[in-house]
Design a protein around this ligand. Structure first.
Ligand code: ADP
Ligand code: ADP
Ligand code: ZN
Length: 216
């Protein structure tokens, strides 16, 4: 089963994608994480992407599709993917349809996560992740059980993203509304769009997504 978590920055896509990996054995494909890995490695793609990401713009469809195409060719991903942060433009959505069709698959469900703008700013301003395993946390909404220790892997080093500041968040929201929100209509027309209240608690959102996936 291939599903897309569609929603603005801070909607909870990464949080829910990791829970789907644990709960259902699906694979998270986060283009944001893949680009940050490329930046950290200093690869050619990373060098191209860094300045664009720092100001909250979208990296070109060409670069994104190259990165996703390469990941999709790896065998571990055959059973099912949770797309997190991809697609973000109509051109990416069309390319994904083509990539999946070529292997006899399709997008089985698109889950739109709806969250109000002021809540998104609060979430992103308090976001941090475990440097070792990537588990996401929040200063107020999702703290590690033991202060300074990752619940999942026991790591004690945490990182905050350079683009997770209020100014860039507001720019990222504008970019989302202009370039990515049209995908809601794109998938509504194909009949595979579902919506959840992303304002609810993390566990409640997980349950809502679970009901959608169980129903298809
Ligand atoms: P996205 O991947 O959509 O940008 P994240 O999953 O990273 O969003 O979530 C953004 C921040 O909000 C993180 O700090 C996360 O811990 C927190 N968060 C995620 N879901 C919820 C929720 N339902 N309620 C409150 N905080 C949440
Ligand atoms: P968020 O947690 O805010 O949803 P991501 O981690 O998904 O953010 O993405 C971080 C940045 O990486 C984006 O602001 C953008 O510059 C770039 N990026 C990630 N995915 C894509 C994509 N599918 N298309 C274009 N740019 C992308
Ligand atoms: Zn960890």
């Amino acid at each position: 089963m291939n599903i897309i978590l569609l929603g603005p920055p801070g909607a909870g896509k990464g949080t829910q994608a990791k829970l789907l990996e644990q709960g259902r054995g699906m694979k998270q494909l986060s283009t944001g994480d893949m680009l940050r890995a490329a930046v950290a490695a200093g690869s050619e793609i990373g060098l191209k992407a860094k300045a664009i990401m720092d100001r909250g713009d979208l990296v070109s469809d060409e670069v994104i599709l190259a990165v996703v195409g390469e990941r999709m060719s790896q065998p571990d991903i055959k059973a099912g993917v949770v797309f997190d942060g991809f697609p973000r433009t109509p051109a990416q959505a069309e390319a994904l349809d083509g990539m999946l069709a070529a292997r006899g698959q399709k997008v089985d469900a698109v889950v739109e996560m709806k969250v109000e703008d002021e809540e998104l700013v609060k979430r992103i301003s308090g976001r941090f992740t475990c440097a070792a395993c990537g588990k996401g946390y929040h200063d107020s909404f999702d703290k590690p059980k033991k202060d300074g220790i990752c619940d999942v892997c026991g790591g004690s080093k945490f990182i905050r993203r350079a683009d997770d500041n209020e100014k860039t968040v507001r720019d990222r929201l504008t970019v989302y509304n202009k370039q990515t929100a049209p995908l809601v209509n794109y998938y509504a027309k194909r009949g595979n769009l579902h919506s959840v209240d992303g304002m609810a608690d993390i566990k409640v959102v997980t349950a809502s997504i679970g009901r959608i996936l169980d129903g298809i």
